[in-house]
Structures are given as structure tokens and as C-alpha cells.
Design a protein around this ligand. Structure first.
Ligand SMILES: NC(=O)c1ccc[n+]([C@@H]2O[C@H](COP(=O)([O-])OP(=O)(O)OC[C@H]3O[C@@H](n4cnc5c(N)ncnc54)[C@H](OP(=O)(O)O)[C@@H]3O)[C@@H](O)[C@H]2O)c1
Length: 322
């Protein structure tokens, strides 16, 4: 008989109320895939757009239901495709892949292309590992590949206490840049200060723009926006002529007013090369992720409702196996 697993599934795209806990067949692994027995899955900001069917419509995909969300997680290797080297059963691994047609990580098991799977560095617990890759590589892609941030450079990071943002402030500091962080709320300020950043402003306060201007009286050369809105639009004006601005696709930003700037929208693109680069920062420089709240997989509806509220860092679900 086909082996079954518990999964949080959708039978159609929509709101958090569409999730159902069901028994579904374990995904079959292809020759180049690894079957992971998941202990944790990240619940990520972009999962909302996927849950609503946004990516399927935007990319012209024809998804099959029941549909399993979840692009990041951590667990142990359960089985290995015949063309895969470098893993053995029981290895602790973490993964980030996107729109996996074989099913996502809101489940007991996921079959993932081996290029998206890594051994968890010793410095990182499995819980943290489940949530670090997607936001970490998006931050790294923005700083190193898009902005080409240099040692001694100055960067303004908006959304600094969010998923991508709190990775970006750490990475930018590790690269030797001076960081001006715009976080959200008192908890956001605390988190960013704990990560070693001194220049932090609460972007949700009434006089945020004035506070930021006071920190950068001569403007700024680089900016990473992980949030849009009025403050983001105003902050564009603080970027010096020919300065660089990067934002991951998904952030709503009107860049028509920024003709004198080098503005780039980009994607994190989880591929082996950047995952290896991120692993280097995790292993040698102690890059860390903040888990704001852990739910159980059965509470996925509440976890998705929490995505719409304020939190700092990341949300995850724990996955029990009977
Ligand atoms: N294209 C890609 O490959 C890719 C990959 C990853 C992420 N993304 C996109 O990148 C964006 C960020 O992702 P994420 O996972 O980091 O989301 P997130 O965890 O929600 O982070 C965004 C942060 O910005 C904060 N924020 C909003 N307005 C602010 C303001 N005026 N001042 C200070 N902070 C403010 C939010 O705080 P509040 O709690 O106050 O709202 C939140 O902490 C999303 O749009 C996502 O879709 C794209």
C-alpha cells in the first residue's frame, strides 16, 4: 500500500481558512532528489501570495490539488535519488526551493532537488535552520550581487527587523559596511540592536523620516528595501545621485521618481552557488535567524493569520511524526 503522510493542503487557492490537515501519499523522489523527513517548516511572507494563487496566475502555472505550500524546512534525509551524492540516510539537512511541483514543506516529508539541500552547519540548530535559507539568500543576493556592497560602504536597510531585513543587517555588517537600519516597532529595534547594529530608527514612528535624515545628513549610497509604502518612497530621495537601490520582487515601490538612481528589482533564486555562499556566512561568521513564534503544523491557519500581523524575524511550524 502507498505510504501516507500528514500534510497541510489546499483544495483551492484562497485565505488561511482553506488549509486542511489531510493524509496524502508521500512524494516520490526523482533520481536527482532527496526525500526529507521534515521537523520544521518556515512559514514565510511570500507564502501568502502563493496561497492566494498569485504565483500560479503570474507565472501561468497549472497547479494540481491537493496543493502543499512551503518553500523552506529542515529535517533528516529519509531517502536519496540514485543520481545524488553527498548525503546519507539520517543526515540533518535544510532546504529552500520555490514552487516545488512535487509538494512543499508544510508536510511530514518533501522531495526536493539535491541542489537545494544542504547539511546543517554545526553552529545552527534544526529549528533555526528551517527558516534561514530563503531570507538569507535573498538578503545576500541583494547585498553582494545586486548592490555590490563594499567594505566601508554605507547602506540603509528598510524593514530591518523583518525576515530578509534582519539577515541583511547582519550580512552587511559582516561585509564591513556601515548599516543604517529602519526597523518596525520596539521589538524590531531591540532585535536589530541585539544583532549589533547601533544606528536604528523605528520606521513606524511619526517622525521616522526626520530621524533617518539626521543619521545620514549627506545622503546614502546604497539602499535595500524589504518593504514599500510611503516611507520607502520618501527614503528614495535620500539616496545620492547614481546611488544604488535594490528590492526583492514582491516589494511595492514606485521607482519612476528615481531616474538618477540605479534601481534593481531582483529575485532570491535559491541555487546551489548562493546557498554555498550563505553557508559560509552561517558557518564562519555566525549568521543567525530570529524565530518570532513557533506553531504546530496543525495550527497552520493560525500561523498564516499571524503572517498578517506584526512580528520580527520569522515564523515556523513544528512537524510531529507519529
Ligand atoms: N523575489 C524574491 O525572491 C523574494 C524573496 C524573499 C522575499 N521577497 C519579498 O521581499 C519582501 C520582504 O520579505 P520578508 O520575508 O522579509 O517579509 P517580512 O518578514 O514581512 O518583512 C518586511 C518587514 O518590513 C517591515 N516594515 C514595513 N513597513 C515598514 C516601515 N515603514 N518601517 C519599518 N519597517 C517596516 C515589516 O514590519 P511590520 O511588522 O510593521 O509590517 C516587516 O518587518 C516581501 O515583499 C517578499 O515578498 C521576495
Amino acid at each position: 500500500m502507498e505510504k501516507q503522510m500528514n500534510a497541510a493542503v489546499l483544495h483551492r487557492f484562497g485565505g488561511p481558512e482553506e488549509f486542511r490537515m489531510e493524509q496524502v501519499p508521500l512524494p516520490e523522489i526523482a533520481a536527482n532528489e532527496v526525500l526529507i523527513k521534515l521537523q520544521y517548516s518556515a512559514v514565510s511572507s511570500w507564502d501568502v501570495f502563493e496561497r492566494e494563487g498569485g504565483y500560479a496566475e503570474m507565472l501561468g502555472l497549472e497547479p494540481s490539488f491537493p496543493y502543499i505550500l512551503g518553500s523552506e524546512g529542515a529535517g533528516t534525509v529519509e531517502a536519496i535519488g540514485k543520481d545524488v551524492d553527498g548525503f546519507k540516510k539520517g543526515d540533518s539537512v535544510y532546504t529552500a526551493s520555490f514552487l516545488n511541483a512535487n509538494g512543499g514543506t508544510y508536510a511530514e516529508y518533501a522531495a526536493v532537488g539535491a541542489q537545494y539541500v544542504s547539511l546543517i552547519p554545526k553552529s545552527l540548530g534544526m529549528r533555526e535552520a528551517s527558516a534561514i535559507l530563503g531570507v538569507g539568500l535573498t538578503a545576500l543576493r541583494g547585498l553582494e550581487d545586486v548592490l555590490n556592497l563594499q567594505k566601508g560602504g554605507t547602506i540603509l536597510i528598510l524593514g530591518a527587523s523583518g525576515g530578509v531585513g534582519h539577515m541583511a543587517v547582519q550580512l552587511a555588517k559582516m561585509m564591513g559596511a556601515e548599516v543604517i537600519a529602519v526597523a518596525s516597532g520596539d521589538d524590531g529595534i531591540d532585535l536589530v540592536q541585539q544583532l549589533g547594529i547601533e544606528k536604528v530608527v523605528n520606521g513606524r514612528s511619526a517622525n521616522a523620516l526626520e530621524q533617518i535624515k539626521a543619521l545620514v545628513p549627506n545622503g546614502i549610497d546604497n539602499a535595500l528595501f524589504t518593504a514599500g509604502g510611503k516611507l520607502a518612497q520618501d527614503l528614495l530621495e535620500l539616496v545620492r545621485n547614481e546611488g544604488r537601490v535594490a528590492y526583492p520582487n514582491g516589494v511595492q515601490l514606485d521607482v519612476n521618481t528615481a531616474a538618477n538612481l540605479k534601481v534593481s528589482a531582483y529575485n532570491g533564486e535559491p541555487e546551489g552557488e548562493i546557498i554555498a555562499r550563505l553557508n559560509h556566512y552561517i558557518e564562519s561568521k555566525a549568521l543567525t535567524v530570529h524565530i518570532a513564534k513557533e506553531f504546530q503544523l496543525e495550527e497552520i491557519q493560525a500561523a498564516h493569520e499571524a503572517l498578517a500581523d506584526h512580528y520580527s524575524g520569522k515564523l515556523i511550524v513544528g512537524i510531529d511524526h507519529e
